[in-house]
Write a protein that binds this ligand. Structure first.
Ligand code: HGY
Ligand code: MN
Ligand code: MN
Length: 419
C-alpha cells in the first residue's frame, strides 16, 4: 500500500517553479545580484511566509526565514542551503535543501508542535561563486569570515562584487551586520543541518536513497592568466611563438596528470578563454580557472603547490608571463559525530538503510562550521549527475529525504550538543 506522500508533491512543484527563474532564457543560470536573484528571493520568501516564518533579506542578499521559540532565551537551529546556481545548472543543487526545510516548517505548524529552539532557515546567496569566482560569500557573511578583498572580484563584464551589490540595492557596509547573532543579540546557534543532493554516484551505486555525510572536501581555486604575444597565424614560425593558449593547455593537462591516482584528490579547469579569439591570430592572452580538492587538506595543498610551480615552469619554457590570482580557499570540514548519529536515526526512522559517505562537493555547511556543529543529509541524484541540466531526483527520494529532515528537526535536542 503506497503511503500518501506528505511532502514530495509540494516540494517537487516548488522546485520546478523555482527552476524557471534564471538570468538567461535558454537555461537555468541564477547568479548573484541579478534580477533572477531578487525574483527567487521574492518567490521563496513568499513560501516561507506561508509557512509562518518571519522573512527578511540580510545585508549581503541571503534570504532568511525565522520561527522563534516560545522561550526568548532558547537556542537556534539553522537550516537551509543555497539559492544560486552554476551556469546551465540543475534545479536541485542547493534549492532542494531550502524548499524541503520550508516544507518541514509547514508540517511542524500543521501538527501544532512548539519546539524548544528557534529555527533560522537560510537561502544563502553566492555559494557557487559563478559570477565573481569567489564563493560562499553569503554564508561567510553570516559566519563573520567575509573578506573585504572579495568586494574587488570582477565578473565577466568587469563589474565588481561591490558595484553589483550596490546596483542590487545593498550596501557593503551592512555585510558586518549579517554576522551571527545578527539582529537578535546574544542568541545561541546550536547547530546547522543541510539537506543536499549527493552530486555523485555513490548512493545510487549502493541502491540507497539517503546518506549521512561524514566530512566535506576542502577546495582551493585560482584564476591564471598567461600573457604571450599575439601574432599572425600565417607568418610566425612555430619555434618563435609565445602562444598563451598552448601554455594554458599544457597547464590543464599537467593538472589532470597531477590529480589522477590519489584518493579524493581532484583537479578541474572549468573555464578557459583565449584572446583576442580570432581564427588567424596566435592567442596573446589566455585565462583559465583552477579548482583543486581533496578530503585531506595536506594532500590538496601539496597538489596545489605543485600545480602553481608547474604554471611558472611552463611560463618560463614558453616565454610567457604568468599571473596567478587566488580566488578561494576552504579547509576540509568534518561533520559533528552527534549530528551524524541524529541523521542516522532520522534515516532509520524512514525504514530505509543508509550509509556514511564524504562530500567531494563544497557546501555552505563548511562555512557555518566556524559558528556551530554542522551535519548534512545526502539524497541520491540520478546517475550522480549535477552541475548539469540533466540533474534529476526521484519524488519518492524527496519524500524520504524531507521526512528524514523533519524527523531530525522534531527530535533535535540542543542540550545534547551543549554537552
Ligand atoms: O563547487 C562546489 O563544490 C559546490 O557546488 N559549490
Ligand atoms: Mn553546486
Ligand atoms: Mn550545492
Amino acid at each position: 500500500m503506497s503511503v500518501t506522500p506528505i511532502f514530495s508533491d509540494r516540494v517537487m512543484a516548488r522546485l520546478d517553479e523555482l527552476g524557471r527563474i534564471s538570468d538567461v532564457a535558454e537555461h537555468l543560470t541564477r547568479t548573484t545580484y541579478t534580477p533572477a536573484h531578487k525574483q527567487a528571493n521574492d518567490l521563496v520568501g513568499g513560501w516561507m511566509r506561508e509557512a509562518g516564518l518571519r522573512v527578511h533579506q540580510d545585508g549581503i542578499g541571503n534570504l532568511i526565514g525565522r520561527l522563534p521559540a516560545v522561550d526568548n532565551g532558547a537556542p537556534w537551529l539553522m537550516l537551509g542551503s543555497h539559492l544560486d546556481t552554476v551556469r546551465n545548472a540543475g534545479k536541485y543543487d542547493g534549492m532542494l535543501g531550502v524548499i524541503a526545510a520550508i516544507a518541514c516548517v509547514e508540517e511542524i505548524r500543521k501538527q501544532g508542535l512548539s519546539l524548544p529552539f528557534g529555527i533560522e532557515l537560510v537561502g544563502f546567496t553566492n555559494e557557487e561563486g559563478t559570477r565573481f569566482g569567489t564563493a560562499m560569500t553569503g554564508s561567510r557573511a553570516i559566519a563573520g569570515t567575509f573578506e573585504p578583498a572579495m568586494l574587488a572580484a570582477k565578473d565577466r563584464d568587469g563589474i565588481s562584487y561591490e558595484q553589483a551589490m550596490r546596483e542590487f540595492g545593498l550596501d557593503p557596509a551592512d555585510i558586518a551586520s549579517c554576522k551571527w547573532p545578527a539582529d537578535i543579540a546574544g542568541r545561541k546557534l546550536a547547530a546547522f543541518m543541510e539537506l543536499h543532493i549527493e552530486q555523485g554516484p555513490v548512493l545510487e551505486a549502493n541502491n540507497l536513497a539517503l546518506g549521512v555525510v561524514t566530512a566535506i572536501s576542502g577546495a582551493r581555486r585560482y584564476r591564471v592568466e598567461f600573457k604571450g604575444l599575439a601574432g599572425h597565424a600565417g607568418t610566425v614560425p612555430m619555434g618563435s611563438r609565445r602562444d598563451a593558449l598552448l601554455a594554458a593547455a599544457e597547464a590543464a593537462l599537467y593538472i589532470e596528470r597531477r590529480c589522477t591516482g590519489t584518493p579524493t584528490l581532484v583537479g578541474t579547469v572549468g573555464q578557459m578563454e583565449a584572446l583576442p579569439g580570432a581564427v588567424n591570430v596566435i592567442p596573446g592572452l589566455a585565462r583559465f580557472s583552477i579548482d583543486i580538492r581533496a578530503g585531506v587538506d595536506a594532500v590538496r595543498d601539496l597538489a596545489a603547490d605543485d600545480v602553481l610551480a608547474e604554471v611558472q615552469a611552463i611560463a618560463k619554457r614558453r616565454n610567457v608571463e604568468a599571473t596567478v590570482t587566488p580566488l578561494y580557499n576552504s579547509a576540509a570540514t568534518p561533520c559533528d559525530p552527534r549530528l551524524m548519529d541524529a541523521v542516522e536515526a532520522a534515516i532509520k526512522a524512514q525504514n530505509v538503510p543508509g550509509m556514511h559517505l564524504p562530500s567531494g562537493a563544497g557546501h555552505d555547511a563548511m562555512t557555518i562550521a566556524d559558528l556551530c556543529p554542522v551535519g548534512m543529509i545526502f539524497m541520491r541524484c540520478t546517475r550522480g549527475i549535477s552541475h548539469n541540466p540533466l540533474e534529476a531526483v526521484l519524488p519518492q527520494d524527496v519524500e524520504l529525504a524531507t521526512a528524514a529532515l523533519y524527523h531530525f528537526i522534531t527530535h533535535f535536542d540542543p542540550a545534547a550538543l551543549a554537552a
